[in-house]
Design a protein around this ligand. Structure first.
Ligand SMILES: Cc1ncc(COP(=O)(O)O)c(C=O)c1O
Length: 383
């Protein structure tokens, strides 16, 4: 055996892949760990969604390979969802590609557009997959900072040599900071992409979570000419394990990504597609009820953060509360103290980039009684 590919030297095992092994080991040893680290919705999918999945399993054609582009019914439901949620009209047969998870879509898009040596703008802090996929493809991530209001630091970006930049990843609502997109931010991004001939990709899995104004970059004037958008059913419909997402954008670009993707998988199980259709057809009350639960949980997480003397803003969207530590305090020390002394797991901000070092991220994916239990365990720290 002549050794590993050089590309794996550029990356590490995904933080949660390694850390959750440790957390699970602690649980196996009998430690009552409360996991406020990951954003895997614990709430149940709607009954109609589960029923559609189960019923599909009885159909004779359910168990064969499925279309590389998903069944027409799914693409049509995705188009209707985009129309209804974001006022964006998409041709279901040309401008939508169902994905087996939007995380996977980051790789598909990158494979379709990047050559080794290309540069890619990624937010710092930001979702770690933008960086690792870029590095796996022997391209170079170029970090950009976010201003207080969540928009990219334009002055800093424009001062760089952008000639080799091919893709810019943006993510509104932003994970981990919870910053929201706006028409102004999207318009500036679109003008920037036009000027520098860069493909913009907005990763939008948190569009409906604690976000008063769900938006798509494709809705903004000029958006469809320079941008694609990834979306996901994981967080919106409580089905992260099903692996359903979508890529939206102009037909030519979707075809390029399909060229890659159709060589990588052989379609999505029919039951998952039927369940996804049922999810996309849920009424608006689904989101209202979901957000009510997250709002209640978030109030408790704010209390937890207060007990730890962390600061945070209350206008964050998404499944987390992004918190800042007091000057001079180390996030790693806090995370380790909480895990090993209090059996509470939260995420250190540095895994999202150098700009996250003074922060921690606390997830809302735990029932209220567990968050209350975490608050109880922490209280004695202060007294
Ligand atoms: C910013 C961001 N993008 C993409 C994903 C991936 O979501 P999916 O479950 O659709 O792969 C996540 C999941 O945590 C995320 O936080």
């Amino acid at each position: 055996m002549k050794g590993y590919a050089k590309r794996i030297d550029s990356i590490q095992e995904y933080y949660f892949s390694a850390k959750l092994r440790e957390v699970n080991q602690l649980i196996a040893e009998g430690k009552p760990v409360i996991n406020l680290g990951i954003g895997s919705p614990d709430l149940a999918p709607a009954d109609s969604v589960k029923t559609a999945l189960k019923n599909a399993a009885d159909q004779s054609q359910a168990h064969g390979y499925q279309s590389y582009q998903g069944i027409p019914e799914l693409r049509t439901a995705m188009a209707a969802y985009y129309e209804q949620a974001f006022d964006v009209s998409l041709n279901p047969f040309q401008e939508i590609l169902p994905l087996m998870g939007s995380k996977e879509g980051i790789m598909h898009v990158s494979l379709a557009f990047l050559n080794p040596g290309d540069e890619v703008l990624i937010p710092n802090p930001g979702y770690p997959t933008y960086r690792s996929v870029t590095e796996l493809l022997e391209c170079h991530p170029m970090d950009y900072n976010l201003l207080e209001n969540g928009e990219p630091d334009w002055e800093e970006i424009e001062s760089r040599d952008l000639s080799k930049v091919k893709i810019m990843w943006v993510n509104y609502p932003h994970m981990p900071t919870g910053a929201r997109g706006s028409k102004e931010i999207f318009s500036k991004l679109i003008r920037f992409a036009e000027k520098h001939q860069i493909l913009l990709v907005n990763d939008n899995p948190y569009s409906h979570i604690l976000n008063p104004n769900p938006m798509s970059i494709l809705h903004v004037t000029g958006g469809k000419d320079v941008a694609m958008e990834l979306n996901s059913l994981s967080k919106t419909f409580n089905i992260p394990g099903w692996r359903v997402g979508m890529l939206c954008g102009k037909a030519e670009w979707i075809s390029a990504v399909l060229k890659v993707k159709s060589n990588m998988d052989s379609g999505m199980f029919l039951g998952i597609q039927k369940g996804a259709v049922a999810a996309l057809n849920l009424p608006k009350s689904w989101f209202d009820e979901l957000n009510q639960q997250y709002e209640n949980r978030r109030k408790l997480v704010w209390q937890l953060a207060d007990s730890l003397e962390l600061s945070y803003t209350k206008e964050q969207s998404g499944l987390f509360v992004w918190c800042k530590l007091p000057e001079g305090k180390s996030a790693d020390e806090l995370v380790n103290f909480l895990l090993y002394e209090k059996n509470i797991f939260i995420t250190p901000g540095h895994i999202f980039g150098s700009k996250g070092v003074q922060h921690v991220r606390i997830s809302l994916c735990m029932p209220e009684f567990k968050i209350l239990e975490a608050i109880k365990r922490i209280k004695p720290i202060k007294s």
